[in-house]
Design a protein around this ligand. Structure first.
Ligand code: AMP
Length: 468
């Protein structure tokens, strides 16, 4: 059997060419027939441009139906898709191009599709083994050089099939797609589920709460980052009625605050389904579709995924094995070897714990761990307490260099308040070494495109908090 992911997806496409695939905000639609023809023509163009199986196709282009078709055309010809964040500067892009040496670098997929318009669609799906490379996803890497996670057709297919199953995709589902497609979440998770379902997606170039509210009545599934949900909640138009018809709201890519989960439930009567994943393994765990979704927990390992806590303590680095785990970092054999244990488990770099029944809880990134006076401090524990205080919208706890303790705990709070009062209240529930030594108030916490708080930016900004 052909291990090409595109062959799997296409095997689920409806036979009726007019069945909707993309529903655009202006009310127009692209049917599955036109979609496949567009992919076929772009595939023919890639071949004409000399793109061979295994060649990289780098794309830094706006989110359009054409850039989506280009992704699938790349798979179809057996080449390797390399999406790049549209926010990257020329200098940043230069690094990726030098590192990945793509055959083609596309910045305008619409122009490319126009160029392909006269070509006969390529019918044949290039045959590949499941181990063949499908995509390279450069990690947002906040320290050191960004690493290219190599994902195979088999990795992506296994994850897509598992998610389609556990999230209960059914005939009639309509996905609201408002995520960027330069990242795993929008490119693989959301997209593959709905394509495997042969169903339609409402295709938004970007998240906009008013647009989402306008189009939500047509959707049954929304996948988003936590920021989507906080923005929807900030909009008074997002009511119980507006959400009532939805089958499921799924969230991930960054931790969902328990307060957001609670506010969402109070407003809509629905519990957000939180899941956990990363570029190197796509989705790893998920709260159940049927069964309890617990705020603060990322749920259970997906079928086929083995998960353990490294280091022998109750809380430690999460290690995983499974069919979706990547094969390594592009041209970085040493880095790859460092991130896998001798017995083949991938060290995720996320710190967490697991209940006896398998449920997983994440307490942060290993590199965000603070060591103060020799004691380990997990920022999440302190953030949970600070987030409950009056006036605190959200908090981020970091370690800053300290002449005496090595590192000391510092809290950065989005909101306004009194430093001494925050410290005094936190001290009531925390040991002295865990209690923030300093508190800074800011308007907003810095975030990346996927809504992750950029602690490296905060560490840099407040590195002089204790002199030096
Ligand atoms: P990326 O490779 O950019 O998708 O980032 C992956 C990282 O995002 C993971 O290693 C986690 O640190 C974080 N992450 C993703 N989903 C969650 C979640 N539901 N809760 C907490 N952290 C998450």
């Amino acid at each position: 059997m052909n291990g090409n992911l595109y062959a799997l997806l296409a095997s689920r496409f409806p036979t009726d060419p007019s069945a909707p695939c993309l529903m655009l905000p202006d009310g127009s639609q692209i049917g599955y027939g036109a979609f496949q023809a567009g992919i076929g023509r772009l595939a023919a163009l890639l071949r004409a441009r000399g793109v061979e199986p295994g060649d990289r196709v780098a794309v830094q282009a706006p989110k359009t139906p054409e850039s989506l078709m280009l992704y699938l055309a790349t798979l179809k010809v057996g080449a390797v898709f390399l999406p790049l964040n549209t926010a990257y500067t020329e200098a940043e892009v230069r690094y990726f191009l030098d590192d990945a040496e793509p055959r083609l670098f596309v910045t305008d997929a619409v122009a490319l599709a126009a160029e392909a318009a006269g070509l006969a669609p390529l019918e044949h799906v290039h045959e590949v083994a499941p181990e063949a490379l499908a995509a390279i996803i450069y990690t947002s890497g906040t320290t050191g050089r960004s690493k290219g996670a190599m994902l195979s057709h088999g990795n992506l297919a296994a994850n897509a099939l598992a998610l389609h199953e556990v999230w209960g995709f059914e005939p009639g589902d309509v996905l609201l797609h408002a995520l960027p497609i330069f990242h795993v979440h929008g490119l693989f998770i959301a997209l593959h589920c709905i394509l495997l379902n042969g169903g339609p997606m409402i295709w938004l170039a970007k998240f906009d709460d008013e647009e989402v509210l306008r189009l939500l009545p047509k959707a049954t599934v929304l996948m988003g980052v936590p920021t989507f949900y906080t923005r929807l909640l900030a909009n008074p138009g997002f009511t119980h009625e507006a959400a009532a018809h939805m089958r499921v709201f799924i969230c991930g890519s960054a931790p969902l605050l328990e307060s957001t989960f609670a506010e969402f439930e109070a407003r809509t009567g629905q519990r957000i389904l939180e899941r956990y994943g990363m570029s190197e393994a796509a989705i790893i765990t998920s709260n159940p579709l049927h069964g309890e979704r617990i705020p603060g927990s990322v749920g259970y390992p997906l079928p086929g995924v083995s998960l353990r806590i490294g280091g022998g303590a109750e809380t430690g680095v999460i290690e995983i094995k499974g069919p979706s785990v990547f094969s390594g970092y592009w041209r970085m054999p040493e880095k790859t070897a460092e991130e896998f244990t001798a017995d083949g488990w991938f060290r995720t770099g996320d710190v967490g714990r697991q209940d006896p029944d398998g449920r997983v809880w994440i307490s942060g990134r290993a590199k965000d761990l603070i060591i103060s006076g020799g004691y380990n401090v997990y920022p999440k524990e302190i953030e949970l307490i600070l987030d409950e205080l009056p006036g605190v919208g959200e908090s981020a706890v970091i370690g800053c260099p300290h002449p005496d303790f090595g590192e000391a705990v510092v809290a950065v709070i989005a909101g306004a308040g009194d430093e001494a009062a925050v410290i005094a209240t936190a001290r009531q529930s925390l040991a002295a070494y865990k209690t923030p030594k300093k508190v800074f108030f800011v308007d907003d916490l810095p975030r990346n495109a996927m809504g992750k708080v950029q602690k490296n930016v905060l560490r840099d900004r407040f590195k002089g908090a204790f002199g030096g």
